[in-house]
Design a protein around this ligand. Structure first.
Ligand code: THU
Length: 160
């Protein structure tokens, strides 16, 4: 028997420690939570993507009475970015969320598995790492690439 130890890198910042560009993206993700349609979970998630050409695209979670028909904020944002700007890689994705009381989460929001899988495909598609900023009121996590969120990932290369 042997044991594998997987190493991931996470940088932890306070809001004030971020540079102006990342603060702007976090602000946009926070703002996007206010466009969430979440009458079922009352959990409002916002995401903001900075593209290679520096355009910022935002989105929020959109729910449905038939729950699988809804979509998370991350995929709403990423799919819109790819639809509107198919030739632009996504440099950085920021995510923020507010709870049922309308308060931003104290600890960083962490995306669901399906969204991580979609992020991975975008990194592969554009052949550039996508940085991820996970917002919490106390601190912000920064991952330099999707692999740090999704170790042992499955992508198209596994099928060759
Ligand atoms: N949700 C997101 O939009 N992003 C996440 O990272 C976690 C969960 C949404 C899906 C659903 O509308 C609500 O939050 C509760 O799961």
């Amino acid at each position: 028997m042997k044991e594998l130890n997987i190493h991931i890198n996470v940088r932890v910042y306070t809001y004030d420690e971020l540079n102006a560009s990342d603060r702007e993206l976090i602000d946009a993700a926070r703002e996007a939570t206010y466009s969430s349609y979440s009458p079922y979970s009352h959990f409002s998630v916002g995401a903001a993507a900075r593209l290679a050409n520096d355009t910022v695209v935002c989105g929020s979670n959109q729910e449905n009475a038939a729950s699988p028909s809804g979509l998370c904020a991350e995929r709403t944002t990423l799919f819109y970015a790819n639809s509107r700007y198919p030739d632009q890689a996504i440099k950085t994705l920021a995510i923020a969320a507010r709870n049922e009381q309308g308060k931003f989460l104290e600890d960083p929001i962490t995306p669901c598995g399906a969204c991580r899988q979609v992020m991975l495909e975008m990194e592969t598609r554009y052949r550039q790492p996508m940085r991820i900023l996970l917002y919490g009121e106390k601190e912000i996590y920064e991952m330099q690439k999707v692999g740090d969120l999704l170790p042992f990932s499955f992508d198209a290369s596994a099928m060759q």
